[in-house]
Design a protein. Sequence first.
Length: 380
Amino acid sequence: MNRGSGLRIGKILGIPIYLHSTWVFIFAAITYMIAFQFKQQHPLWTETQHWTVGVLTSLLFFASVLFHELSHSVVAQHYKIRVISITLFLFGGLARIEREPSKAIQEFNIAIAGPLASGLLSGGFFVLTKLFPYSQSVGALATLLCVANGWLAVFNLLPGFPLDGGRIFRAIVWGMTKNFEKATRVAGASGKMIAYAMILFGAWGVVNGKVQMLWTVLIGWFILNAAQESVAQVAIRQALVGLSAADVMSKEVPTTPGHITLEEYSAEVLRTGRRCHLVVNGDRLLGMMNVHTLNSVPRNEWAHNSVQAAMIPREKILWTSPEEPLLRLLERILTADVNQMPVVSGAGDGAPQIVGIVTRDSILRVMQTRSELGPLATSR
Ligand SMILES: [Zn+2]
């Protein structure tokens, strides 16, 4: 799921709130299930009452999910971690934070805030059930929400990544071993075990005629994917640890004069297979030209336009230094959505010099080689 995908419904505490398209299905399904339950348990209510209280309960349930995600977010913001968005989707809510917490205790507090908030809501609705009998609208609504929030708290405390309980588990292992990668692998493995258990348990239920258990299978499958993804991210971090731009850059930087036409430039690209050039005039750097920029100009204008007119001007080129850690560089390349970055040395002391170029491909090649050679090669 992309960041902030779906319909934006508002902003709370500076965080944009989104409804993902899949949310519509779960909202409809849950509303229907609640109204159906009311119909069976409250035959004296009118049809309108079944549906009005049903929709209201369903809306309040998703407000509860939102409250759960907001609690994670408030604690994250307390640690100066920006919350990019909160999205409600098929399997609940998802708060996207800009980076992982830098300390185990921060992760622990961010993770535990959600289940605590759900537990608190469950308690609040429990008080309401004592004040209003179950036969009335408010009492019926409160009973359902008390149970739902209670389940939300308990389910999220299961100790497998990416559930809150898995994050709490990771924070504890991280705090004890001081090793984030190891903690993620342990919590990820435990998340996979919980996911497989849910899939098997759900499948067993479906085979025995309980079709609603299909839901357990789906949630298990979702957890399995998320657990695998988090472990893969750690593997990437590990493959790149200790490397800097200088290690993967190509020292050969092709150049092109600015006065040639795009037609001539395309011929050069086809001839040499090089996809990126620095545009120079003698010793002077004017800008950068690549296939992506070439393709942004319509084909029939290539003959009448010069490289200098189409290139990325010098001021707009994103640079890296030979010392920049590769992991951070990769993040920058992905965020800026560029394919390559020139490597400039001595930018600080007034005599900047282009010493090479780093491409996405060169980083991917290193990652691939390192993962093929295994952990031995990564311990340098
Ligand atoms: Zn949570």
